[in-house]
Design a protein around this ligand. Structure first.
Ligand code: GFB
Length: 324
């Protein structure tokens, strides 16, 4: 039976944010500033999380008491579809190494991060946690999904056999400051922000959007996701994993409209239907998280505006400086 565990405090703890340079890890570092903990980050040079010896050596030295495992090989539909070996191998290795070392070194609490793509392609909507392993996966991201399902199972197995306090959360599609805006690697939100910005600057008549635009996605602002993760780290302990989402979704065509408004681009849209749509819909059921006391706060329109400002201030300006 899942339970809340009030009282796991992060205060004065050594907390490792694995993957601190990524979208989620960066948001976790921001969110943890107010928790009175010591935030640990592993240097990329010399600590390859795919290597068990590197992980064990670093953890034995850094001595984390709590860990957010936000390090992962991630990417959008094209990256997932074209780099299957990296998406399955890197994620399996990172998770296995951190879970095993956490057990051996007596880490007090570990949070594993999954994704809504763990669910069957045609799962009932909104998708309850109980839909896991009830049907075939979406082919474009099955490799990543299998690795993330293994992550959930690793956490559950170590909890059952060794009594480790390892928990998992399943955030839906994330976006926000610190995202990857590389058009061939990124998810849809940063890709569309970058395309709309470029089209506005170049006065292009339209932007290219992959797929039909008819599929639905929900988007969780990354600072909300980090808030949910910290909340559950402090208030939840149980074998069941917890969905995290905003509770509403949009079609890709509706997202394009919102992105163009956030950017101020007034041109047209060309749908490239030779590109895959991916899953028709994946909106997670957020009842469980709500029953534990957590809800997302940031409306999509507001999150897109903040993300666009971050993109202009960081990526566009830095690129311009590098060229000058
Ligand atoms: O965000 P996205 O790449 O990933 O694509 P998934 C979402 C939808 O947006 C798909 C469409 O239907 C894309 O075809 N789309 C339209 C675009 N234009 C673009 C564009 O310029 N770039 C991108 N990237 N998409 C991912 C999984 O699936 O979701 C990951 O592959 C992970 O493993 C992540 O689970 C949360 O939502 O389809």
């Amino acid at each position: 039976m899942p339970s809340t565990s009030p009282g796991y405090t992060l205060r004065n703890k050594r907390v490792w944010v694995a993957g601190h340079r990524g979208l989620v890890g960066g948001a976790l570092v921001r969110r943890l500033q107010g928790e009175g903990c010591e935030i640990l980050t592993a240097p990329r040079d010399g600590v390859d999380l795919r290597r068990p010896d590197h992980v064990e050596r670093w953890m034995a030295t850094a001595k984390p008491q709590a860990i957010f495992l936000a390090a992962a090989k991630v990417g959008g539909i094209y990256a997932n579809d074209t780099r299957p070996a990296e998406f399955i191998y890197d994620n399996l290795m990172i998770q296995s190494n951190v879970v095993e070392a956490s057990y051996r070194l007596g880490v007090e609490k570990l949070m594993l991060l999954g994704s809504s793509c763990i669910y069957p392609r045609l799962a009932p909507q909104p998708i309850p946690e109980s839909a896991l392993l009830t049907g075939p996966l979406e082919p474009t991201n099955q490799w990543y999904a299998v690795a993330k399902i293994a992550g959930i199972k690793l956490g559950q197995a170590y909890r059952r056999q060794y009594g480790c306090d390892f928990i998992s959360v399943m955030p839906t599609n994330l976006y926000g400051p610190g995202d990857n805006f590389d058009l061939m690697q990124s998810h849809v939100v940063p890709a569309l922000l970058a395309k709309a910005h470029a089209a506005m600057v170049e006065r292009a008549p339209s932007i290219e959007v992959w797929g039909t635009g008819k599929v639905r996605r929900e988007f969780l602002y990354v600072d909300d996701a980090a808030d949910g993760m910290v909340y559950l780290m402090k208030n939840y302990s149980g074998e069941e994993f917890v969905n995290l989402g905003p509770g509403s979704d949009v079609t890709i065509a509706e997202l394009v409209d919102l992105v163009c408004k956030a950017v101020g681009y007034r041109g047209g849209v060309q749908f490239d239907t030779s590109r895959p749509d991916g899953a028709p819909r994946k909106m997670v059921d957020i009842e469980f998280a709500a029953s534990l006391g957590w809800k997302a706060q940031t409306p999509l329109k507001e999150g897109l505006a903040t993300t666009y400002r971050w993109y202009v201030d960081h990526i566009v300006r830095e690129t311009a400086r590098a060229v000058a």
